[in-house]
Design a protein around this ligand. Sequence first.
Ligand code: ARG
Length: 463
Amino acid sequence: MSSKNIEKPWAGRFTAPTDRFVEEFTESVSYDQRLAHYDIMGSIAHVNMLGKVSIISKKESAQIIRGLKKIAKDIKNGNFKWLAALEDVHMNIETALVADIGDVGKKLHTGRSRNDQIATDIRLYCRDEIDLICKQIDAVLNALLTLADDHVGTIMPGFTHLQSAQPVTFGHHQLAWAEMLMRDRSRLHDCRKRLNLLPLGSAALAGTSYPIDRNMVAKELDFDGITQNSLDSVSDRDFAIELTASASVIMMHLSRFSEELVIWMSQASGFIDIGDAWCTGSSIMPQKKNPDIPELIRGKTGRVYGDLMALLTLMKAQPLAYNRDNQEDKESLFDAIDTVKMSLIAYAGLIPTITVNHETMYRAAASGFSTATDLADYLVVKGLTFRDAHEVVGKIVQFAIQHDKNLSEIILSELQQFSKLIKDDVYMILEVEGSVSARDHIGGTAPKQVKAAIKRLRKKINK
Ligand code: ARG
């Protein structure tokens, strides 16, 4: 429909119809229609309050609410015609309301502005999305804990600098990811607390002269309270930045996890396999089975960082109060949320298909002198200082390299050439199992500790 046929709610002071290009350039309904449900929720709470405090009559309020509910149904069933000429989700709904119930619909916008309306809509949307993302994090956590539980005693090389460092258990390694996701979840909870305040009532920027009851609206919409400054309320988007920053940290964690899966599934490593249903093939190389899901998640991480940068830059240097710049917050926010949700769904599905190649991992853990630190600690217990012990073991490693042996393959008399303190009880600690079991404290890799950590984490999730 052309702009000539559609009366814009703000058309009063204009003498010429909006240029077609301007309509296209300024519209946001093509993407903010996803906020319709929240927009109507906010409108119903607002109108309910207007009726209760007698700014409009109870009858009018009931009529408007009925009309809004019908529009909500139409939208849900796909029977609503969105018009770009009506700019955004707010004006589309308001215009449809007036068309439907007549002039009484024009009372909906009493004492509010699209500025506090959109601020309310986005907060409601973010709050729901946070709750969803937290549930999805829990699903990934459940999968990780199950995998960890299956592998409390499975030995793998632990790395620093991607060089074999000390043996750890595969279960312990999974719990590192679980800890990160637990922090991600608590970051989202923090963000939720800060954003769960009602901005409505701030109107365009200065508040409204009607005797509104903001607390009543806040209560109906399940907000914990109301915002305290109207100028801030209509222009603030730092809650969206915080949420996108939290999404970026989640993606950062998932990208690290992804990188490991890709490395571990490579032929060069061969530590794990991912189920066929969660991999894809090559159109030219018939033998290929590729870890595309982790790769895509690694790639999508950059995209979410981009969304965060876009939002930070959008808000940079904006004067008070509302500016149209703010309309540009939505696509980045939506994209970050959609991407993090898809990535979490992917991992909740993929993790249970991971199978572990015990032998390859064990062999890798036993090579690379991964128990050298244990040998140094052994010498410390026998009376050497750690620095001297470090030196002695360095020499033993050099000897092992020259003779192409693992530490546990060097015979006692050879070891004793480096230190008389070494006795035949040394072999227990040179084995990877001994090394792992010795790290028996909270946070350590001993199977007993991993089991206890899984129990602790299980109690914290799913609530
Ligand atoms: N579509 C706008 C946004 O997303 C709604 C607020 C518009 N306010 C205005 N005065 N033009 O920010």
